[in-house]
Design a protein around this ligand. Sequence first.
Ligand code: CU
Length: 265
Amino acid sequence: MTNWLGLPALASAHGGQIDNMIGWVHVFMLILFVGWGGFIAYVLVRFRRSRHPVADYTGTKSHTSSYLEAGVAVVEAILLFGFAIPLWAARVDKMPRESEALVVHVTAEQFAWNVHYAGPDGKFGRTDLKLLDAQENPLGLDRADPAAKDDVTTLNQLYLPVNKAVIIRLRSKDMIHSFGVPEFRVKQDAIPGLTIPMWFVPTVTTAEMRTRKGDPEFQYEIACAQLCGMGHYRMRGFVTVQTAEEFEKWLAEKIKEQSAPNPFK
Ligand SMILES: [Cu+2]
């Protein structure tokens, strides 16, 4: 469906399905609005006081409104069973295999997004509350753990390769936040005490989107979609979608940078 609703540019594989459903819901609601609006205008005129000075206790004998109600229920059932449930099944039940996806841990906190990559070994290093340091080590990552040697952490910067499924394991350190990127048509609450998986396939690199929009400054933005405190407005993260080669290069550079011993310690 064309973008007649003015939705944000689309940049994920499943997003078309979401837009399709949003479109149909709008069409249906428009029909309902015009239909019920017309109906109330009709009864106002049809049962005006000058024609019916006394109320009729029997009322209307026509079944038209019952048929209309049934019709509305049928359309709603089609929306639910034809669109919403299949989409839910595809989006939530059918997670891609981890071996075929990039797995990233994203931990929300007031007011930032902590991103954690496992690195080439595919193993996330141990994290420990005792190592937690708001400035130096916001995830409490234990660099002494062999699995952590090639781990990469970033603040508010999520780098992703294009056309590859990404599984985000979403967590929160303090309260409810929500990970939302409009262009990917994803939004998921982060709840303290839970690790919630979500996934999508980004299909448009940041560079390509900049060309399409004619805006060299364009950035995919992670907006916190739950009011989470005084600093909620500045809880912004950025997603950079790159080609697979660019992403590998970025990751390798970060590994080199972060696995080197800190000269200031
Ligand atoms: Cu937040």
